[in-house]
Design a protein around this ligand. Structure first.
Ligand code: ADP
Ligand code: MG
Length: 159
């Protein structure tokens, strides 16, 4: 696929599959906003950068450090909730947030593919793999050619 792929949309509630309990919350993008990737990319795990945009007027419980650009891993997969007829993109941002950010705009620049979706015998096996994915993502993003994407014009950057 033609990386970088730029995505944006308000963060949607998922179906509480326990991401938070296992230390790996994943923020969901709405269907309409994943078209740029679902039409070109295969299912599996990707890496890149993501940012949560604070609301222009309203209150937000996020701290200013929560709205920086961070490395992320993204899972693109068929959603069992919709009988596997719909794709979903779920993004884990590599940062400890002060609070949830449902409803806020999330922007992402997807830079590469890590691996296909696998079937896991347990949630723990899945989490093990996610930890590997995070290391792969951080290693890849360390390359100088990728670091410029943390300052991509798609993001809101401090002046
Ligand atoms: P859901 O099923 O609603 O997606 P999760 O357990 O996957 O529930 O939690 C996702 C939510 O957690 C996100 O929508 C966001 O509001 C919050 N969140 C907190 N920290 C993170 C993070 N580091 N990455 C992604 N989402 C996070
Ligand atoms: Mg989730």
């Amino acid at each position: 696929p033609p990386f970088p792929i730029r995505l944006r949309g308000p963060v949607q509630r998922g179906f509480g599959r326990g991401g938070k309990d296992l230390g790996c919350p994943t923020a969901n993008l709405p269907d309409e906003s994943i078209t740029p990737i679902s039409t070109v990319a295969k299912t599996g795990v990707y890496y890149g950068y993501a940012q949560v945009i604070p609301p222009k007027d309203g209150e937000s419980r996020l701290r200013s450090e929560d709205t920086k650009v961070f490395p992320m891993v993204m899972s693109l997969g068929w959603n069992p909730f919709y009988k596997n007829e719909r794709l979903t993109a779920e993004i884990h941002i590599m940062h400890e947030f002060q609070s949830d950010f449902y409803g806020l705009e999330m922007r992402a620049v997807v830079l590469g593919y890590i691996r296909p979706e696998l079937d896991y015998i347990s949630r723990e096996a899945l989490i093990d793999d996610i930890n590997t994915d995070k290391r792969v993502a951080l290693n890849s993003l360390n390359r100088p050619e990728y670091q410029k994407f943390a300052r991509d014009p798609h993001f809101e950057l401090e002046s």
